[in-house]
Design a protein around this ligand. Structure first.
Ligand code: AP5
Length: 217
C-alpha cells in the first residue's frame, strides 16, 4: 500500500500513522519527524528547517521535495509506505506524482482525517512527545502514568515549540490556505477517502483500517 495521510495539524496523523503502518506492515515516513530529528541533531537541514517550523510556516518545497525523493528511493519503501505530512500543497503533490512515475509506482489512496479547529487546539495544547522514542501522548486524552515521563521507554516528554497557541493559529491558517486544497485535488482524481477523526484513538484507528482495507494489496 502506498498511502498518504492528510488532515490539519493535530488531527491525529502521527498517532494513527503508528497503528496503520504497523497493521499494514509498511514504513511510516513523517516529514515533520525527519525535520525534527535534523533539528535535534544540529544538521544543516535542521538549521534551515527550524526557522520555518518555529514560525509554523512550511519549509521551502525544494528542500522538502529533495528529502522525500531520497527517502522514497530507499529499499524499505519499495513495496509500500505511509507518508505523514507530505504532500503539503499542490506543488508537492505534483512532485510526488513525478517521484512515483520515476519509480514506476502509483499512490494507492489518500486518507483524510476530518476534525474541527477547536478540537485541534485542545489536542495540540495538551500534546507531549517523548524525546527518546518519539511516541506522542496527551495530558488529558492519553496521559502517562508519571508526569512528563514516557510509559513506553522512560524518556523525558517535551511540549513542541510549534504547539503554543499563536503558532497553532498560524499553522491552521497555513493549512487552510495551502494544504486543504489537496483534499479537492485528490478527491477529483478519485483517490481520496475521508473519515471522521473525532472520538477515541481506538475508534479512529478502527475506522481508518476499515476504510483502507480495500486498498491493501
Ligand atoms: P508536522 O510534524 O507534520 O505537523 P502537523 O501536520 O502540523 O501535524 P502534527 O504533528 O502537529 O499533528 P498530528 O496530526 O500528527 O497529530 P498527533 O497525532 O500528534 O509538521 C511540523 C512542521 O514541519 C510544519 O509546520 C512545517 O514547518 C514542517 N513540515 C513538515 N512537513 C512539511 C512539508 N511537507 N512541507 C513543508 N514543511 C513541512 O495528535 C495531536 C495530539 O492529539 C496528541 O497529543 C495525541 O495524543 C492527541 N490525539 C490524537 N488522536 C486523538 C483522539 N482521537 N482523541 C483525543 N486525542 C487525540
Amino acid at each position: 500500500m502506498r498511502l498518504v495521510l492528510v488532515g490539519p495539524p493535530g488531527a491525529g496523523k502521527g498517532t494513527q500513522a503508528e497503528f496503520i503502518a504497523e497493521h499494514f506492515a509498511i514504513p511510516k515516513i513523517s516529514t515533520g519527524d525527519i525535520f525534527r530529528s535534523n533539528v535535534s541533531g544540529g544538521t544543516e537541514l535542521g538549521r534551515l528547517a527550524k526557522k520555518y517550523m518555529d514560525a509554523g510556516d512550511l519549509v521551502p518545497d525544494e528542500v522538502t521535495n529533495a528529502m522525500v525523493r531520497d527517502r522514497l528511493a530507499q529499499d524499505d519503501a519499495v513495496e509500500g509506505f505511509l507518508l505523514d505530512g507530505f504532500p503539503r500543497n499542490v506543488l508537492q503533490a505534483r512532485e510526488l506524482d513525478g517521484i512515483m512515475a520515476s519509480l514506476d509506482r502509483s499512490l494507492s489512496v489518500v486518507l483524510d482525517l476530518e476534525v474541527d479547529h477547536d478540537e485541534v487546539v485542545r489536542r495540540l495544547s495538551g500534546r507531549r512527545t517523548c524525546k527518546q522514542c518519539g511516541h506522542v501522548w496527551h495530558v488529558e486524552y492519553d496521559p502517562t502514568t508519571r508526569p512528563d515521563v514516557c510509559d513506553k521507554c522512560g524518556g523525558a516528554l517535551y511540549h513542541r515549540d510549534d504547539d503554543y497557541p499563536d503558532t497553532v493559529r498560524h499553522r491552521l491558517e497555513v493549512y487552510s490556505a495551502q494544504t486543504s486544497p489537496l483534499v479537492q485535488f485528490y478527491d477529483g482524481r478519485g483517490q481520496l477517502v475521508s473519515i471522521d477523526a473525532l472520538g477515541t484513538v481506538e475508534d479512529v484507528t478502527e475506522r481508518a483500517i476499515a476504510a483502507l482495507a480495500p486498498f491493501a494489496g
